[in-house]
Design a protein around this ligand. Sequence first.
Ligand SMILES: NC(=O)c1ccc[n+]([C@@H]2O[C@H](COP(=O)([O-])OP(=O)(O)OC[C@H]3O[C@@H](n4cnc5c(N)ncnc54)[C@H](O)[C@@H]3O)[C@@H](O)[C@H]2O)c1
Ligand SMILES: O=CCCC(=O)O
Length: 492
Amino acid sequence: MSQPKFQDHSLFQDKAFVNGQWVSASSGQTFSVHDPATGAIIGTCPEFSGTDVETTIQAAALAQEQFQFSDTRNRAAILVKWAQLMRENREDLAKLLVWENGKPLPEARGEIEYAASFLDWFAGEAIRSYGDVIQPGNPVNRAVTIRQPVGVCALITPWNFPAAMVTRKAGAAIAAGCAVVLKAPAETPLSALALAELSLRAGIPKGVFNVVTTQHKTPEVGKILTNSSIVRKISFTGSTRVGRLLMNQSSSTLKKLSMELGGLAPFIVFEDADIDEAVKGAINCKFRGSGQTCVCANFFLVHKTIYEAFTAKFIGRVKKFRPGNGFDAATTHGPLIHEAAVAKVMSHVEDAKSKGGLVAVGGNPMPELGSNFFQPTVIVNANSDMIFTHEETFGPLAGFIAFSDEPEAINIVNRADVGLAGYFFSKDVERCWRVAERLAVGMVGVNTGMISDPATPFGGIKQSGFGREGSKYALDEYTVIKTITFATGTRT
Ligand SMILES: NC(=O)c1ccc[n+]([C@@H]2O[C@H](COP(=O)([O-])OP(=O)(O)OC[C@H]3O[C@@H](n4cnc5c(N)ncnc54)[C@H](O)[C@@H]3O)[C@@H](O)[C@H]2O)c1
Ligand SMILES: O=CCCC(=O)O
């Protein structure tokens, strides 16, 4: 399928979205967006410069003046409407997502629902804002705290969840009363632009939700967003390398920051686990988005007494996978995003082989399908010197290490300098609490491989970043506390 059929062609936008208008780059330059399955050009988007982004920031600043004092019930209503429009247009949004990202259509539909559920969640949170009443040291004073919107926010999102990362950030910012400038990823800008079209229909005021696109000028645009004294907050999801750079650049204007960065999720299977449940959890966790999910398991630790039984069942499941074009109904797993991603998985496979790993399934690119496809791969006889135990693969490679006892498994996990998610399976309740509390990560899945939910805080520790998205905590990221002290008069 070279071009999907859309019900509503106006969701396919090829301009940036500024102050409620569709605009080109001032230079007239564009960049091409590609289908990762075929390499074909899908369309073009404006190559925004720093100057174009400055104009966008000004528009957001103007909108912010009104929006920050807007009725929170109205914010909730427009978020609910936005979610409803997403669901009404689910098929078109899902097709667009498959086309630019490559994930299979059922998975893309799941992402659209996941994305819409953030808007519902934040509609609920928009109307809940609490402060404290405090008795200051001075007995004649009384103090209260209120939460206020932080101001204009820059949101920088990745290509692996082209819709859900937009709503997870923008939903929270808008609920809190902030205008946003969203910089979409060059690989998958079209989903963000389709959401912009729906935001207009939902009644989000002009200038409150802006989407800018750029490819070659990304570093220049990043500098403008981070150096701007109008932008008060950066929320970034992406690699640790870029997160560090943005944090560094933001220091000149001392912005509030949220950083959702790379992970290295371990998946531990203890000897007392339900093996079938653990295999199911492991498959779902490892191969979501063909392994291109920041909370995907990166490597497996399986107790030596169940290693053979577990890996045999896991391998049996992987052999049934059918990689292919995401629009093909038989496809279970789509392509990787680009050739560099394929090269990275290959380098992790080669490294494992050179250190004694045995390829049980896959192990190679699939040029017969296209240059971005890699075989779902399982490596057994792995050890903790292999690179995939230190560095995120972000691809369909599952390496299995046999371990002897709980402290050994925890030590292998906790030596990492990142800590986003971790998973383990065990039927021993005491062990469940003990291990969950000892793993040095921000999120733990106990007897489950799926932990993402708008109601629960999402985020990491160490070099996986800081800040929490989703949940009741997300609005803290987009608000600041103001203390108001009242003098109550002199006491006689
Ligand atoms: N923690 C999370 O929630 C999460 C989610 C998705 C991806 N990731 C991580 O992201 C990585 C893969 O995604 P990626 O390749 O898109 O990461 P990336 O860091 O290269 O890009 C992420 C975003 O940052 C932008 N960007 C890149 N350089 C920039 C600069 N100098 N200034 C401003 N913006 C810039 C990109 O255009 C994109 O929009 C993986 O390591 C993965 O774990 C983390
Ligand atoms: O990859 C990043 C986000 C994944 C998720 O929300 O489950």
